[in-house]
Design a binder for this molecule. Structure first.
Ligand code: ZN
Length: 270
């Protein structure tokens, strides 16, 4: 491994961590309807504005042991997780695609997915403020991704938007209640814009699979809790779908072709 590669890797990782720090701000402030630009970060416990030297992504959290420098209140490990996840995303994209425009395109796409996933997880909503501009930004995929075309981009948007819409409609028709949020539909349209028809179908398939496995685990856990007579009102079964769809899309970007090849091989030669 030569030195320039190592140096570039460190720079890209640090850049990713800084963007992750900004995503934390977005995740917290967008649902609250606050500005993501000003004021600067402050401790939610004591309100002390966090000076620049204590706001270094990843390192500050580790050096301060996950506590506020001033009032020692605990700072959620999620801040660290989001920063690390974003940093590793930048690094792995660089490893897979090199320092190319396609890496930057996918990085922006995954950053929007990270923000949407955590907001959906916290509040069970996917803000239009993210998904609608996301569709427009992601529609530039045909410009950045070699095997995408404008036709595939547009087809991806409609496939994503319509497929879930159909499921949501049937669900409503049968159950007379809304099972899937309109936010999921716009999210899938955005994923379709970025990955085309193949990518969005892969995302629906793998996202549903992941969601089902997780949902079954959650139901099992809820039943165990009920058996013990500890009815826990927090674990009401409203599982957000956004994080699973996002995970499916990220899986597609890194391993989509291999997984599709592997799957087709299995069903042809069982
Ligand atoms: Zn504090």
């Amino acid at each position: 491994m030569d030195n320039s590669f190592l140096l570039l890797s460190i720079i890209i990782f640090a850049f990713g961590a800084c963007i992750g720090s900004f995503l934390n701000v977005c995740i917290y402030r967008i649902p609250a309807g606050k500005s993501i630009v000003s004021p600067g970060s402050s401790c939610w416990g004591c309100g002390t504005p966090i000076p620049f030297s204590f706001n270094i992504p990843v390192l500050s959290w580790l050096l301060l042991g996950g506590r506020c420098r001033f009032c020692k209140i605990k700072i959620s490990i999620r801040y660290l997780i989001v920063e690390l996840f974003t940093a590793f995303t930048a690094f792995f994209l660089f490893l897979k695609y090199g320092a190319a425009p396609i890496s930057l395109y996918y990085f922006i796409f995954i950053c929007i997915l990270i923000t949407i996933s955590f907001i959906d997880f916290d509040h069970r909503i996917i803000p239009d403020l993210l998904s609608l501009p996301g569709i427009i930004i992601c529609a530039s995929s045909f410009y950045f991704i070699p095997d995408m075309s404008l036709k595939n981009t547009i087809a991806g948007i409609f496939t994503g938007g319509m497929s879930l819409y159909t499921i949501a409609f049937l669900y409503y028709f049968v159950r007379r209640e809304e099972g899937l949020g309109g936010g999921d539909i716009k999210l899938l349209a955005m994923i379709g814009a970025a990955t085309g028809i193949k990518g969005v179908l892969f995302t629906i398939f793998s996202g549903s699979l992941l969601g089902t496995v997780f949902g079954a685990a959650a139901i099992f856990r809820l039943k165990t809790i009920r058996k013990k007579g500890l009815d826990d009102p927090v674990s009401k079964l409203r599982i957000p779908f956004g994080p699973f769809l996002s995970a499916g899309a990220v899986l597609y970007i890194f391993y989509g072709d291999q997984l599709i090849y592997w799957y087709l091989n299995i069903i042809q030669h069982p």
